[in-house]
Design a binder for this molecule. Sequence first.
Ligand SMILES: [Fe+2]
Ligand SMILES: [Fe+2]
Length: 299
Amino acid sequence: MSDGQKFYKLVLKLVDKTEELPPLNGTHRRIIDLVEKDASLKEIAEKIEPDLELSATLLRRANSAFYMPRKSIGDIREALSLVGTKQLTGLFLIERVRKAVGSDTEFKKEIWEHSYQAAFYSNLLFNEHFKNTSQTDAYTGGLLHDIGKLIALNFDSESKKDLDDADNLKEKIQPGHLKNDFIKQPLCHPELGAMLAKKWNFPDDLAYAILSHHDLKLGADKPKPISFCAYFSNVLCRFQKIIAPIAPIAPDEEKAQRYYDLIDERALKAFKVSNIAGMKKMSEEIKILFDKNKRALGE
Ligand SMILES: [Fe+2]
Ligand SMILES: [Fe+2]
């Protein structure tokens, strides 16, 4: 058996051992049925309103800077028309994943925090650069891109050993990953996440976005906007850590240049970044928007 075959066999074993996602709850199921039946916003809003938790989540999304509302949104129907019913199914998926993963450790909290930042960026990038293409849930792509990393934190000791073995094999089959120190362990989290996405019946586009979030070449030949956005949102998060780290760590210009040189050219082109100065500018601007959004939400 080749190293590649051994690698995928191990990842598959880990996926098989991972439990199913908690099912959709009754209200969410009924809402999805309504969305699929193309029900009116009024009908869907009436199902959402009695569910206080869901109403709050939806209003929070609608009022965040992703949609740049001119005034504060307090009405569910208005929030729905702003967010879009398609985003609703993504919102339920996120809730189910959150339940399955938990956020009971500091490391998990840190990854969720990074994921929300990536989701914000991904959504913004989509709105600015792919707005006229068919709608895709770039927010969910950004939020769930590191799902493989999160799930791995729940593994038992036997699975953790398999995970280490899979990482060692990945170093052999894709040595390019070793040349940089930009990916935190586990190295195989994109493959693990993508296979979990298949097991959990995520849309194919989302599974591809998860698979290719560190390396666009791993996904489809022609990456979809959701893949570009998940990839570049993660790139921006990593770039910001190098160029504007939290004090007392000093910015590392040389490392930033090395990192910039590794960015997929198709992504740079898609987001109209032509040099490192442009990258710094974009990175700064998007971070300011994110910080404003966090403040607006009182986080
Ligand atoms: Fe990642
Ligand atoms: Fe990430």
